[in-house]
Design a binder for this molecule. Structure first.
Ligand code: SAM
Length: 305
């Protein structure tokens, strides 16, 4: 793996949970505690040079604060009370880019432990319906605690295989937005970089199996009859789990196209999928990540992107 930074060298990103508080209140609270607020970042260099006990607003994502590496909020009141969520910047991209309006019906296909679900609920102002599935009962139970602390009330959790959820069921006829963040190799997570790598043949077959699962999930998501937009994300740096999955899916689903995401984001999907985003410790000062947004083509549209 070519990524150099360790988790201890990445900025500490803090998402302000607007279901419980506001950016202004959190900034004021922290200033009263002796933190020094430096305004909105204008370049990634600002993040590199943050002094201890100082913080910035992020330059790409709203409701996101940036602190120096190793700033620990686990015992802090704002974290314990669910006013702030400790979430890497890259992992805030999917819900932000899906951007479901208040009142929407949204499905989070592989949801636990739920940071992206809680982010979706915040964007929706807790208005609408948020169906969230996960196969793992233990992770789902952690998720219930997390959502309770975050003040999320619009969710309907189910311990269910997303691939067995029936898109034709009348329950889901109003679903227009899907967030799909399926199990992946985790090769972008810097905390996993010290692991002894599996033998190459094992790694190859693991990646093949993951990519096949991810493609099945993405194809399944596109079967929901009223779907307008789906965000697909992984914390993998492998093309096989990212651009190749999206390319294969678009080939099978020509009624969907890629959305060109955040023009100011510094790292793009591998060519030709430059509409998508990648993230890395070196270019975006985050964990390694991939995000694509697929949107239903309007009937008769000629756009072939
Ligand atoms: N989106 C989550 C978040 O932001 O907190 C992280 C999701 S994690 C990358 C992938 C999740 O998919 C795991 O919790 C795993 O249990 C779940 N999963 C795996 N296969 C699944 C399936 N067929 N249906 C539903 N969930 C599944």
């Amino acid at each position: 793996c070519s990524q150099q930074a360790t988790e201890d060298q990445l900025p500490r990103y803090v998402r302000v949970n607007v279901l419980k508080t506001t950016m202004e209140d959190v900034i004021d609270y922290l200033k009263r505690e002796g933190f020094s607020y430096k305004g909105k970042a204008t370049s990634l260099d600002n993040l590199h040079s943050l002094a201890a006990k100082s913080f910035l607003c992020d330059m790409h994502l709203p409701d996101l604060l940036v602190f120096p590496p190793k700033t620990d909020f686990h015992a802090h009141f704002l974290y314990q009370a669910g006013h702030i969520i400790l979430q890497d910047k890259a992992s805030c991209l999917p819900a932000y880019l899906l951007n479901p309006p208040p009142g929407a019906q949204v499905l989070d296909a592989c949801a636990a432990p739920g940071n992206k679900t809680s982010h979706l609920a915040a964007i929706m102002g807790n208005k609408g319906k948020l169906f969230a599935f996960d196969l793992d009962a233990k992770r789902l139970s952690t998720m219930s605690t997390l959502l309770l602390r975050a003040g999320v009330t619009c969710q309907q959790l189910a311990n269910q295989d997303f691939l067995k959820v029936d898109p034709e069921s009348s329950q889901y006829s109003g679903v227009e937005y899907i967030l799909l963040d399926p199990s992946c190799s985790g090769s972008g997570m810097v905390c996993l970089h010290d692991r002894t790598p599996a033998p190459p043949e094992e790694e190859t077959s693991r990646l093949q199996a993951l990519a096949a699962f991810q493609l099945r999930c993405l194809n399944h998501a596109l079967r929901f009859p009223n779907l307008q937009r789906v965000v697909y994300s992984t914390c993998s740096i492998h093309k096989q789990e990212n651009e190749e999955v999206v390319t294969a899916c678009l080939k099978e689903n020509q009624g969907y196209r890629l959305v060109h995401l955040l023009p100011t984001w510094p790292e793009r999907g591998l060519a030709p999928l430059t509409q998508c985003l990648r993230a890395s410790t070196t270019k975006t000062l985050t964990q390694g990540f991939f995000v694509a947004v697929l949107e239903r083509r309007s009937p008769g549209a000629k756009d072939d992107t």
